[in-house]
Design a protein around this ligand. Sequence first.
Ligand code: FAD
Length: 296
Amino acid sequence: MTLAVIVVRDGVLPLGADETVAEAGGAAVLVGTGVKEAAGELPSLSAGSLAENGTFAPGRWARQLARVLDAARILLPASPDGRDLAPRLAAELGRPLLAGAIRVTEQGAEVARWGGRVCVDLIADGPFVATLQPGVRGSAPAQETILQEIELPEVEAPDVTVVEVLDPEAGTVDLAEAPRIFGAGAGLGDAAAVELLGKVANAMGASLGATRVVTDAGWTGYQRQIGTTGVVVHPELYVAFGISGAAQHLGGLGDPAHIVSVNTDPSCPMTAMADLGIVADAPAVLAELARILEVR
Ligand SMILES: Cc1cc2nc3c(=O)[nH]c(=O)nc-3n(C[C@H](O)[C@H](O)[C@H](O)COP(=O)(O)OP(=O)(O)OC[C@H]3O[C@@H](n4cnc5c(N)ncnc54)[C@H](O)[C@@H]3O)c2cc1C
C-alpha cells in the first residue's frame, strides 16, 4: 500500500500536496494544524486520516508517525516541510529514503538527478519513504472521500526549537514555489545583465528564473533553469526578458495568470502568448527598471 503524509500549517497545504495524494492512490494522513480545512482542498483525497497535532516539530512528528504508519510506501511532497520530515521518518522506521521522485513504483521510485537531465530507477529492498517533486504529475478528483480523525501517540523526542518563521527572500525562494518570476533569456546578452535582473527581481518581490541557453552559458546556476529539463514552476506572474519561448522552456512554465514579454521580436512565441508584449531592447528596459528602483 502507498500512503501520502502531508504536513499542514494553519490549514495551508504545501506545494505538490494533491499530486502526492494522487500518486499514493488517494490515501493520506494529514498532520498539523487546520487539517480538516486543508482536506477540503485536496480533490484527489479518497481516504484521509486527520491528525491535529500542533506546531510543526519534525523530530517528534517522525517518531509519532513511525508508531502508527505501516504502509509499505510512504510518500511526502518534496516541499520544505516534506523534505524536513521525510528523512527523520525514514530513520525512525529504519527505511531507505528515495528523495526527489518523479514517480513511485511497487519496488522503488524513478528519481530525477543532475538538474533533471537524468532519470534513475531506484529499487528499495523492501518498504521505503520517498519525496515527490512538485509539478511532475497531474491529479484527478476522487469519486468519494472518507475522512477519519486520528490521534497520534504522545512521545518524547529531541527536536528543533522554532524561534521565528521568516517569509522567504524572493531571490532565494525555491523557484518551484515562487509566485512571481523574472526570466532571463539569451536576449539579455551576458552574465552581468542576468545578475542585475536577479537584483531587480528581488527588489520587486520576484525570483530569478532562466532559460537553458542562459544556464549552459554559465550566466546563472542550473537550479534557476525553467523547463522540461529544469524546474517546473507555477507563478502567477512571469516576466520574460529576451526569451524566445521554445517548447522546452514553456513546458516547465505551468499556467501563469499574467505573462509579460520583453523582446525585440514581436512575433516570437513568448511575446505571442504574453498578456503584455514590450517590443524593446531587454538590457535597456532592465537598466531603466534598475535606475527607477535604485538597484545597482
Ligand atoms: C532536449 C532539450 C531539452 C531542453 N530543455 C530546456 C529547458 O529545460 N529549458 C529551456 O529554457 N530550454 C531548454 N532547451 C533549449 C530550448 O530548446 C531553447 O533553445 C531555449 O529555451 C532558448 O532560450 P532563449 O529563449 O534564452 O534563447 P533564444 O531561443 O536564442 O532566444 C533569444 C530571444 O531573445 C530575443 N532577443 C535577442 N536580442 C534581444 C534584445 N537585445 N532585447 C530583447 N530581446 C532580444 C530574440 O528575439 C529571441 O526571442 C532544451 C533543448 C533540448 C534539445
